[in-house]
Every structure is written in structure tokens, then in C-alpha cells.
Ligand binder design. Sequence first.
Ligand code: NAD
Length: 490
Amino acid sequence: MELKNFIAGEWVESGLQAMPIINPATGEQLGTVPLSTKTEIDVAVQAAKEAQKSWALLPAPKRADYLYEIGFKMKEKKEHLAQVLTKEMGKVIEEARGEVQEGIDMALYMAGEGRRLFGETTPSELANKFAMSVRSPIGVVGLITPWNFPIAIATWKAFPAIVAGNTFVWKPSNETPMMAYELAKIFEEVGLPKGVANVVFGTGPTIGTAMIEHPDVRVISFTGSTATGSKVAELGGKHLKKISLEMGGKNAVIVMDDADIDLAVQGIVWSAFGTAGQRCTACSRIIVHRDVKEELEEKLLREMQAITIGDGLDSKVKVGPVINRQALEKINHYVQLGKQEGATLLTGGRILTDTPYDKGFYFEPTVFTNVQPDMIIAQEEIFGPVVSIIAIDSLEQAIEVNNGVRFGLSSSIFSRNVNTIFKAQQLLDTGIVYVNAGTTGAEIHLPFGGTKGTGNGHRDSGQAALDVYTEWKSIYVDYSGTLQRAQIDT
Ligand code: NAD
């Protein structure tokens, strides 16, 4: 399949070059993705700008009707979308279905916002005067998304943007363009007005930059690594853009001495090795009370024996491949570094090269123990199925270790003590905290995002997402028939 851009409701050939799309489970080529140029961004932004004028004037409940249709269409195609997602990205089919469901939920949730989009009314300080503030659309927004949640993250951004009256140009990751193509097809099938949604394929440095620099793109909503996000922020800052950043993580599960260890182990396996450790919220550190460390390690190793690795289309498989060869090499680099730093390799640590793994990109689920909090493997985002165990002696120490990284996305604590739990949720400095569950499992109607090196104060999902795609407009209506001066005539 040779993908084309989706601009102004048309499928447009583009790009002087094309890149292969590879199934990471098998190495098979699934198609090609065009590498577009700045010219295509200019055309797409113009189309979005033109469409936005009438889109913004359509009543929000009518805009929302399109979102309902998109959600229903996604539901109808759920299995197809999940299959394409697994083939293109590698996550196991059960998780792919979950990701598509997240997109459906987001469509229906944001469609509901079409009949809310609440503003505020407030008394004026003057008589015969009315004061209110409303959310206004901003204009054309640029979306830049990663490959690890190729459909869910796009919906977190695109759906609040359009229900609020914006139009968008979306640059998906080149690793997972087929999901963008599938979503664009749905936009076409439900008859979304031309130009409201535009998809342009290409590299970050070329078309991502072109989008950020374009004077008619007012908002950039980015999800990806902290290194790229900081470049986006720098360039966007120079052009005075509103920039929303969701970036990397180094998430930890804390296991206290009074925890249900069996439950903690299940939570760890799911959040450390699900999506082959390539979730932004993946657990990559286990901060465990010294008194239960040995028990936790034994039970973790036992549970891990049941993990089947392979092609995610096989429903028995629990851990699929990582995204590409570069990722395999990066993960391997960190594992070698961990050994050099003096951590003890408990299990795993190898690139799988035997049949049937030799054609794809598979890394063994890996556990290091006796890890010190300041080791590189405990500080940097590895983004693969590798987890580090760090021993602590108190809740205070656990919090210090948890917070002692540059990221702040997700954290979790296993304990049966209500005082410990409430103290922890207050002191953990992440944007998301789980109690007696792993570090993953966000629901779409709550804000999603992180602190410090993970974000810049904005949130995807929930009503909080609307803050990214709207400006507040304050409106004063004076019906006194006289000139009333605030602060002076009161
Ligand atoms: P990445 O930073 O390499 O790429 C993200 C997107 O940015 C891609 O579309 C890419 O083409 C584009 N890009 C690259 N260079 C660019 C540039 N100079 N200007 C503009 N755009 C550019 O990230 P990735 O490898 O695709 O995704 C994995 C990363 O995403 C991990 O760090 C993960 O933690 C993070 N992530 C964060 C969240 C979150 O919500 N916090 C969610 C998912 C993934």
C-alpha cells in the first residue's frame, strides 16, 4: 500500500521520496509512506485555515455530531483497526483493541463536550452590566504524534481540537502512518467537511519544523521524546506559538512492606512488559521495601516465566516486538551500561535472534536488581522491556527515589495502609498516581500528562485538553445606557 497525504478532503500524491513501512514482528514490508515537503504543509495549512472559518461558526453540538459519527465508525471497524495497529506497531492484539477503544471513548466523550464547552458568568462590579467568559477556538492547530499509541494519542488531540472549532494538520510518526491513513479514511467516510482534518506524512525535522514555523499554525500539540519536545518548544517559543508537550517518563512502582505482593507483581508485569515496555507510562523502576525485596523478586521471576513473546497477532502472546532495529540497539546499549554500572542482571538482557524471532525486533523481558537510584539505567528512559529494582527502607526514601528523576509522568504505590497511601499521593510529584495498580491504565475523561521533563503544564484528555485548543474570551455587556467605567464608577 502506497500511502498518500489527506489534504482538503482529497488523497494527494506527494513527496519525492517514500519510506518503507515495516511490520516489526516479521520484518515484512507493509507499504510505503511518502516524505512530504514544506510545500505540502503550506497547502494543508491553507486548506485548514479556509475550512476553519465556517467550521468555527457551526454550532458546537453540530460539530459534535461528526465526532459521534467518527466514534461509531471506529466502533464498526474496531477489529480491522486493531489488526492494522498490531501489524504496523507490534503491540499485542488485546492491547491494540484497547487502544482503538480508547479512541472510540475519546470521540464519544468529546462529542459530549459539544453540548458543554462551559464558560463562566460572573456578576459585574457595575449595575446593569453583564459579564461572561467563553471558550473560543484558536484557529489551525498542528498535531505531532509518536508511534507507540498511533491512534489513541491522535484522538486525544484531534477530537478536542475540532469540537472546540479548530481545524488541524496532523503529522503522524513515520513508523505508524497506516493508523493515520485509517483515521483519515474514517474522516472521509463520515463526511467531515473538507479541510477540517488534514494528514501530511514526512519527517519531523522537515515537515514538523515547517508546521511549527508556519505563521497560520497557532497551536502545536506534541507528544514524543523529551529531546524532540525541547526542540519543538524552542522553535515554537521563538515563533510565539502555544505549545503543548507530552514527553518521556521514568515511572516507578513503589512496593511497601505491607503490600499485597502477588497483586504488585501482576501490576508490575503488566505495566513493565506490556507494549514491550514502550508506553510512556511503562514501569521502568520498582522501588521496593527491603523487607519484601526477596519475596517480590522470587514471585516476579516466577510470573515472568509465563510470558510468551512473539507476533502480537497470536492471542497467546503477551509481549510483542519493539518498534525497529534502532530501538533494539538502544535497549541493548542500556542493558550493557547497567551491567557496567554494577547492577545485577536477574533475568533477560538479550536481543532474541533465534527463529522465529530473527526476522523481527525482539528483546527479552529484563530485570536488573541492586540498582542504585543514580545509575543511568535508573535515570534515563530506556523505552523497552527493562525494569530496575531499587531497595528502600521507608516511605520517605521511596518518595525521594521516585521523585529523583527528571521526568514526572506516572507513579504507583502498593500498600494496605491508608495513611501511607494518602501521604504518598500527596508527595509523589507525577501527573498521574495509581494506588494498588501498575503505572498504566489512564482513563480518557481524566487529564493525562506529566510534570518536570515530561510536560510543560498542559494536559491531553479530560476537559483539561480543551484548555490547549481554546482561548478564553471575556465579554462585558453594558445595558445601562450610560458610560460606566470599571474601577472608577464603582
Ligand atoms: P520522537 O520524539 O522521536 O518523535 C515524536 C514525533 O516528533 C514524531 O512524529 C517525529 O517525526 C516528530 N519529530 C521528530 N523530530 C522533530 C522535530 N525536529 N520537529 C518536529 N517534530 C519532530 O518520539 P517517538 O520515538 O515517536 O515516541 C516515543 C517517545 O514518546 C517516548 O519518549 C515516550 O515516552 C513519548 N511519549 C509520551 C507520551 C506522553 O503522553 N507523555 C505518550 C506517548 C509517548
